[in-house]
Design a protein around this ligand. Structure first.
Ligand code: Z5A
Length: 206
């Protein structure tokens, strides 16, 4: 694999999509071939799984949820991520394994050291493809309320309230503390350009 695999993580509506587009633009200007993708999703089958896992009218157990995310990931890695990395492209992915570790693990009462089973499951789904660098966009969920409210429609996870968002935030910060070399935390409050400059600086130096 000669390409670089960069993932973007963080709580709902923290600005990942906005930053990924801008990073792609900057890297393209620098002459890199860039692929933007997202989880859950990225392929026809994975997008169908996305419709199931985000549907607010469905009740899913956490185990079912985790397995659906893994099925979607397996498809996504095989069809999109792996071929792009083999071709030397830079892959920018909106959420990946760390979302599973936080949403289906740490917010369910597990500690970072209890994630062994989820990590093993993830390894099966990815065949060993793992992010080279992960940017966690971090912000107090209270401060993001206005941004989120603008969007109006909420999925199954967004419906869970502010305490859940704070739990998610602490989960991402715990993962970053455990893996400081791979996971970099960036303050997500500030102008889009300001945040982008910080991300680009991390990308150039890692
Ligand atoms: N999930 C899981 O449980 N397990 C897994 O393994 C995986 C996922 C892979 C996917 O949701 C859900 O699946 C997710 C976790 C779960 N939970 N939720 N919800 P999604 O992909 O549909 O949603 P999201 O990941 O939360 O992202 P989003 O809604 O697309 O938000 P975002 O990409 O982080 O933010 P944005 O769209 O770039 O920005 C949000 C708004 O803020 C927008 O109006 C922007 O114009 C504005 N914005 C952005 N940056 C700024 C700044 N700097 N200032 C002011 N306004 C800004």
């Amino acid at each position: 694999m000669t390409g670089k695999f960069i993932t973007f993580e963080g709580i709902d509506g923290v600005g990942k999509t906005t930053q990924i587009k801008l990073v792609a633009q900057r890297l393209t200007e620098l002459g890199q071939e860039v692929v933007i993708t997202r989880e859950p999703g990225g392929t026809a089958i994975a997008e169908r799984v996305r419709n199931i896992v985000l549907d607010p009218t469905l009740q899913l157990s956490v185990r079912t949820e985790a397995l659906l995310f893994m099925a979607s990931r397996s498809e996504h890695v095989e069809q999109i991520i792996k071929p792009a990395l083999i071709a030397g492209k830079t892959v920018l992915c909106d959420r990946f394994c760390d979302s599973t570790f936080v949403y289906q693990g740490l917010t369910q009462g597990l500690k970072v050291e209890d994630l062994t089973d989820l990590k093993a499951l993830n390894l099966q789904a990815t065949g060993g493809i793992f992010p080279d660098l992960t940017i966690v966009l971090d912000a107090d969920p209270q401060q993001l309320l206005q941004r989120r409210d603008k969007r109006g429609v909420f999925d199954r996870f967004e419906n869970k309230g502010l305490a859940f968002q704070e739990n998610l935030r602490q989960g991402f910060l715990a993962l970053a503390a455990a893996e400081p070399k791979r996971i970099k935390v960036v303050n997500a409050l500030g102008s889009v350009e300001e945040i982008n400059r910080k991300i680009m600086s991390l990308l150039m130096n890692n």
